[in-house]
Design a protein. Structure first.
Length: 177
């Protein structure tokens, strides 16, 4: 009987150890499979905003995506402007560089970057309620297609250049103002 008890006890201990091991594996596997949101995968570097007395300005920098999935910025917001659009700059039929809202937002490739720069893609601030003065800061919140968000702060800098027009021709984005 003693031999049988030792065998039963050993078997019971092995079952308990195996159960703990499997529980630990399941927890590790579940944690590894948790999807990363776009807001957790994206970072902004070299961010800045063009100073402006009134009217319009734009935000620039480099967005990086550390995930293995493309992510899409669908909108941006800031207290510095009541109207924000994601813009691209393209040549119109006459070859003039014009800005227009970027259909579908900005796609940041998996493991890659997406540049926001004067004369190219940028975050457009319109209807500025107060001046954006060099030395100040602007805080933005980006919203992604998965409804996650990412917040960053950009310094305001003086800049001359990138004089584009809107595609409809009714608004001039004179960055020299």
């Amino acid at each position: 009987m003693i031999v049988r008890t030792k065998t039963t006890t050993r078997f019971g201990v092995l079952l308990v150890v195996a159960a703990f091991a499997l529980t630990g594996c399941a927890t590790s596997t579940q944690a590894a499979e948790q999807p990363v949101t776009a807001g957790e995968a994206v970072t902004m570097s070299d961010a800045w905003v063009k100073s402006a007395e009134s009217g319009m300005s734009a935000g620039f920098g480099e967005l990086s995506n550390d995930s293995d999935q493309d992510v899409t910025v669908v909108s941006a917001s800031t207290d510095a402007s009541p109207m924000i659009e994601l813009h691209e700059t393209v040549a119109n039929d006459s070859g003039e560089m014009v800005m227009r809202q970027k259909d579908g937002g900005f796609v940041i490739p998996a493991g890659g970057t997406f540049d926001l720069e004067p004369g190219g893609n940028h975050i457009m601030l319109m209807g500025l309620p107060s001046p954006l003065e060099a030395g100040g800061d602007v805080t933005f919140t980006l919203t992604f297609s998965d409804n996650s968000t990412y917040e960053f702060t950009a310094p305001v800098k003086d800049y001359s250049g990138a004089n584009e027009n809107y595609q409809d021709g009714d608004m001039n984005m004179d960055m020299d103002q």
